[in-house]
Design a binder for this molecule. Structure first.
Ligand code: SF4
Length: 375
């Protein structure tokens, strides 16, 4: 997917993994790395939960997880699943009946650790419900809730304990001939998380759900997630990702996408290349970029746009972007199209003009894609 014969230093070899389905979304194998988030509404409040799912889906979420802690939540899931444009994962802890109800309600995937739900008979019942309703599962090992016997054995949460926990849960599913599962080994510590995922990647061919759990607030959490997950994704590990910020789920999705975009693993919307600005800037770069990010957030077509303060770096960056604007002087700058100088534009009208050009180009690309699909 990211093979680049001209610039081999950009290649990422993804770890081979089995492909499973989370509803209509493939995860693993050669499937694009999907982006997930989780709602934080009361699941029983269908309206609030669906509103949040729609916003996350609009921001690019491929899959959304919803907590199912009680019967009111699994009841609400029926309608939530019906109204959601993306597959829903039901998050279950311990209560095997909630898992069965969630599968019956149409959840595409159950996030559940089979080792935590009690007897072998209960595990069989949950697997049967998943199988009957076309549900996959995610085993979600978390450093903060490791089984007591593993903490006794290893003394503290460590990569070996987390992977052993994951493999124990996997065995329960495999013993029941159930193979439609993915797995995560999350920790809030990037070193622990990265080491656990590296070991997990060696130990199983199951698709891997990446996440740095409880990453923190918007800025610190985004940076921590980018460092932890970026390192793993760069090494080819990870088939679906969830950024866990103490922020609106839409921000999780945006950060997740930006991590994948920065590694060339997914593309979506306008990628703005902009300079930090300095005394040479021919216009207010920072304010312009903030305005453009906002005004172009509805564009889903992958496109690149360079917004550069002056000719020191402007023409060079414009060479590598679909559209570009470089500040010049005397209240105007130069528009570049497909790397070539096109026309002058005043600073005052530049934002409206660029938005128009991007929208036009997005329409052209969509029409070209439609034509080539019809051929
Ligand atoms: S491109 Fe020009 S304005 Fe932007 S930081 Fe560099 S020198 Fe300054």
């Amino acid at each position: 997917m990211t093979h680049n014969p001209i610039r081999p230093w950009r290649n990422i070899e993804r770890r081979p993994s089995r492909k499973i389905m989370v509803g209509s979304v493939p995860v693993g194998g050669d499937a694009p790395i999907s982006v997930q988030t989780m709602t934080n509404t009361d699941t029983a409040d269908v309206k609030a939960t669906v509103t949040q799912i729609l916003a996350a889906a609009e921001a690019g979420a491929d899959i959304v997880r919803v907590s199912a802690p009680d019967e009111a939540a699994t009841k609400a899931l029926h309608e939530i699943v019906r109204e959601s444009p993306v597959p829903i994962v039901a998050d279950i802890h311990f209560h095997y009946k909630r898992a069965i109800e969630a599968a019956e309600a149409g959840a595409a995937c159950l996030r559940i650790n089979p080792g935590n739900i009690g007897s072998a008979e209960r595990v069989r019942e949950v697997i049967k419900a998943a199988r009957d309703h076309g549900c996959s599962m995610r085993i979600g090992v978390n450093a903060g809730s490791l089984e007591k016997h593993l903490l006794d054995k290893y003394g503290e949460p460590c990569p070996e304990a987390m992977v052993e926990s994951g493999l124990d849960h996997i065995k329960l599913l495999q013993d029941n001939d159930f193979h439609e599962f993915k797995i995560s080994v999350k920790a809030s510590d990037v070193f622990l998380s990265a080491a656990a995922y590296q070991q997990l990647a060696e130990a199983t061919d199951a698709p891997i759900h990446l996440g740095i759990t409880e990453a923190g607030g918007f800025v610190s959490g985004a940076v921590k997630s980018a460092v932890g997950m970026g390192n793993l994704l760069w090494a080819g590990i990870g088939d679906t990702i969830r950024v866990s910020l103490s922020a609106d789920p839409v921000e999780d999705v945006r950060v997740g996408y930006e991590i994948l975009k920065s590694l060339g693993l997914r593309t979506r919307g306008v990628q703005i290349i902009s300079c930090p600005s300095c005394a040479r800037q021919g216009f207010d770069v920072i304010k312009t970029v903030q305005t453009l990010e906002d005004r172009l957030s509805h564009i889903k077509t992958p496109m690149s746009l360079s917004i550069i303060g002056c000719v020191v770096n402007g023409p060079g960056e414009a060479l590598m972007t679909d559209l570009g604007f470089t500040g010049g002087g005397a209240g105007s700058g130069m528009i570049y199209m497909a790397g070539k100088q096109s026309h002058k534009m005043s600073n005052a009208q530049m934002v409206d003009h660029i938005v128009e050009l991007v929208e036009q180009r997005a329409e052209e690309i969509a029409a070209e894609a439609k034509d080539s699909a019809a051929e």
